[in-house]
Design a protein. Sequence first.
Length: 510
Amino acid sequence: MTHPVVHTWRLLKWGRTLARHGALRGIERDPLTPPRVRRLMRLARFGARVPKQPNYSEAFQAIGPAAIKLGQSLATRPDLVGEHAAQDLLRLQDALPPAPFELIRHSIEESLGKPIEALFESIDPEPVGAASIAQVHKAVTLDGRTVAVKVLRPGIEEEFAEALETYEWAAAQAEAIGGELARLRPRLVIATFRQWTLRELDLRREAASASELAEAMEAEPGYHVPSIDWQRTARRVMTLEWLDGIKLSKREDLIAAGHDPKAIAGRLVRAFLRQAISEGFFHADLHQGNLFVLPNGDIGAIDFGIMGRINRQARVWLAEILYGLLTANYRRVAEIHFEAQYVPAHHNVDEFTTALRAVGEPIRGLPVKDVSIGQMLDGLFAITRDFDMQTQPHLLLLQKTMVMVEGVAHSLDPDINMWETSGPFVQEWMRTELGPEAAVADRLIMDFRTLRRLPDLIRRIEAEFPPLGAAPPSPPLKEIEVIRIGGGWRYAVVAVLAAAAGAAAMFFLG
């Protein structure tokens, strides 16, 4: 176990870097920041030339790969780091110098157990992309298929293990302070970050996520997930189908190639809704760098390291919340928050209804195309502090992805009507999930599962209450009134009865 002094030294170095980029200014100025933490912030920036405008993304890039991934995680927490910081952290590009190809070659051969010549006909030593955790090389297999080979950076596991241990230690110290820091649950933030990181550090899990998403999206035309080459995939190496396409960020190139940006934007929104609402399993890193338009017009997605999951009940609640805000049914939206235990029970549902009205009414007079999902959800986050709402990581990840998809769609089609595009899909899903047919089907399924459990229940009852044995049943005992004797008399009676029982035993055994 790492000594606290080591954790403290690492935090001091990282804090100094953050301070030099002005990234601690928001924490220092927040009136809810505990005085001890504020003093540490001042100490960290002592003697440093702090810029007027904080540059959060550059600060995390300067610290290193683990901090870059943490910054991407914090970009999903505007309630924790603030809206400005969250937007700035979304700019993290993972643009790092690549590792030497000789090290990459050794890693491929060691992971797959074969010389590289026995795996690929050719492989480009220059990577097409170098990120914080891995880099990607274009290659051709022995049977002539063009593939992308993703390889973890050498030593990245050890570097992340050290950083994660310090992050967890720091989060525990912060949460122990209590107050606002405890409500924001920094330990849960780091635990969620650890889950994401462990998935990304095992490329077999990323490959499995891609395979699962491909199966889930078979019902949605126009969205392509590259196939996995499982024979050339291991923990540190993943080989998948190469996608030739145009990035969604290059709108002019898309138009020049004959693609319709408006149709692409609508297809992207529907694909995300299919993942998040219908399947409950969604690609949570849908920025423009991970999305391509293929020659046939399909959208191709890559980089499945960060995936989100939402269970059916949470999806139903989320759909009702969004629908309730748009229809001004604030009372029902408030009730859902209490049913889901997002708001502690000691708060007043009527007061929360009024707070929701303050979020919903400003958007009701706007044209539908001007209603921003991001702005609406940001408004919801703004009232969490007043009602002691603890953060829900699965919903925060969804919120971040929704805002990201909205931004990509608007970059393709500035006039896109997000609600008209998503409305039919959401309404149909709500009808099938919340309508009378769904209620009957759910009840039938529940009753059938109960009937299936009956035999096991009966067996467990019999095990607890076995049938009578060979001994004859005891005769009925006559009801005799028991005299309540207090004090020392109770012990005298017990002693007399014990002596009588002993005498009787001697007589029968005598």
